[in-house]
Write a protein that binds this ligand. Sequence first.
Ligand SMILES: *Cc1c(COP(=O)(O)O)cnc(C)c1O
Length: 426
Amino acid sequence: MTSEKLALHGGAKTIDKPFKRYNPIGKDEVEAAKAVVESGVLSKFLGCWDEDFYGGPKVQEFERECEKYFGVKHAVTVNSWTSGLVAAVGAIGIEPGDEIIVSPWTMCASATAILHWNAIPVFADIERDTFNLDPKSVEANITPYTKAIMAIDIFGHSCDIDALMEIAKRHDLKVITDTAQAPGTFNKGRVTGTLSHVGGYSLNYHKHIHTGEGGILVTNDDVIFERLQLIRNHAEAVVKDKGVQNLSNMIGHNFRLGEIECAIGLSQLKKLKGFVESRQAAAERLAAGLKELKGLRTPVIKDGVTHAYYMFPMVLDCDILGVARNQIFNALEAEGVTGLAVGYANVHLLPLYQKKIAYGSKGFPWSSDICKREVNYAKGICPVAEELHERSYLGYEMCLNELENNDIDLIIAAFKKVWANLDTLK
Ligand SMILES: *Cc1c(COP(=O)(O)O)cnc(C)c1O
């Protein structure tokens, strides 16, 4: 092994053919979609107070099945999880200028959903072990204007929801959870994503289960449930006839998911447990194979939490390794390991926040008097997230491929080869 030359230096590649792409869609989904197409009813929503306000048969069947599956009082389907996040922020009654604390280590939509209601995202730092919001940093970022916390269950590992709910209770805040990457996982036996005031899951094509595009909102709160459905489907045209008194944020959208997607979703839901378990088995094999490599931290899993491994997150100790992360990445990529990512997101560093230009060109909402203080997005506000992104985080996107044992063993072999040749990378 040690004598083998790295592919980066002209040696043979460890992995010479691409792995099979992850594809959870099978015969059941084909049949389900076909039946809907043949019925001629591809959607049945009406944007007025009518029995079709709640959508057609597959929408409603899928929602009732999601309620059972996730163990919640209410589920609402939407045409993307991005739409779901927007609906959630509106539904909890956020006012323009209210602050919502969010993680910078997430997909951009978690934060922009806040801006879409002219509320102000405030970024708190993350925990180095799970990459989720650090409750201590959340607490330190609370101001008199804070109204909610948006917590992400990033990469497939539940956030510290008990600590966040406790902070929320003490400060009278609402909590929204974004569980796009962790469906079908548990935190102390409870279903991840259902422990906040409102949460939900993405159904886009690179998540564990998918319907092409789509999302599922979950809540145990009857008021939030009604408001989610109104925002989903042209609220302003419905409130009068439905007798809705609270008009705040009743600016509706068309966030409706179609009958075909919901029929596919019904099949997908039945397979979620199996998909998560096979991802876990693959990740455990990978972690066991990489465990002995010095200066590499395999995923940390907190007590009582199950991981869905949307991503297989690793942290490198470059001082121990004596080699920069990007050099190791280049060497692994040359060995044929695809799907590696150096760094993840530092959402606060996007131009949107750095230049504070969102609605129009004049800095709205930050420049207007709805924003009650100068909010800081400068580099340095989230030191843990920034250090991981710049220097030490290395992710493996487990969501991309259907990994056989042999594939995992090849990945392990590639890592071992690079580690055996670290000297040549210095
Ligand atoms: C995928 C994802 C979203 C957005 O979901 P869409 O269904 O693609 O709109 C939001 N947050 C996180 C953490 C995600 O991974």
